[in-house]
Design a binder for this molecule. Structure first.
Ligand code: HEC
Length: 186
């Protein structure tokens, strides 16, 4: 079940990007974020927004669909975007805010279409920034082996199920051939 919903999510993201590429959206810059808003940023709310436990006001997709932070969830976040556990050590706060506000040179053409029509509020950006800063230094989640193991178990189970469904099939075909051959004997 887990990996089926993962596949669904993957298809959803792919569809998202496809629509994004086709419409070539114009960036709608989100509200500018003041230093006071950042000072009032709420790490726990940032985490909930990132993980999708709280929804963005504009209805944009949760970051976890494409990004990992630390040891999140059983299977971690998506692997389409880079792991963001230590993003605040490689990017300045201003750069991260440019990305989150859909404006400025740090915004990559990949992230642009995702939130073009779903600008984040100033509070949401502030909560996400302080959450990302708080997560720096955590061990990055390494769920690839777990996902691989689950996929492998699913594959073995599928082969087993097919074997069960078609059990006796070869034998019955062979029996029919043998019967036919015997009848044709003089
Ligand atoms: C549909 C997938 C997707 C979603 C959803 C998404 N991102 Fe991204 N993000 C990406 C990809 C892909 C990149 C890498 C872009 C590049 O390298 O050009 C990226 C890059 C970034 C970067 C720069 C990372 C770096 O190492 O420089 C930050 C910061 C970021 N995203 C934050 C977020 C946040 C916060 C959210 C939620 C509000 C979010 N992203 C939602 C796909 C996504």
């Amino acid at each position: 079940m887990i990996h089926r919903s993962g596949k669904f999510f993957f298809v959803l993201i792919f569809a998202f990007l496809l629509v994004g590429c086709m419409s070539v959206p114009e960036s709608k810059p989100a509200e500018p974020v003041s230093a006071e808003t950042i000072a009032a940023g709420d790490v726990e709310n940032g985490r909930a927004l990132f993980m999708g436990n709280h929804h963005f006001e504009s209805g944009g997709p949760p970051c976890m669909g494409c990004h990992n932070v630390g040891e999140n969830g059983l299977l971690g976040g998506g692997a389409m975007g880079p792991d963001l556990t230590n993003v605040s050590t490689r990017r300045s706060q201003a750069e991260i805010l440019e990305i989150l506000s859909n404006a400025g040179p740090s915004l990559s053409p990949v992230m642009l279409p995702i939130y073009a029509d779903f600008p984040l509020t100033a509070e949401e950006q502030a909560d996400l920034v302080v959450f990302l800063e708080a997560s720096a230094g955590q061990p990055e989640s390494d769920k690839e082996l777990l996902v691989l193991g689950i996929s492998l178990a699913g594959f073995v189970a599928a082969i087993g199920a097919l074997g069960f469904i078609y059990r006796g099939r070869l034998r019955s075909v062979r029996r029919a051939l043998v019967n036919k051959a015997q009848k044709e004997l003089p």
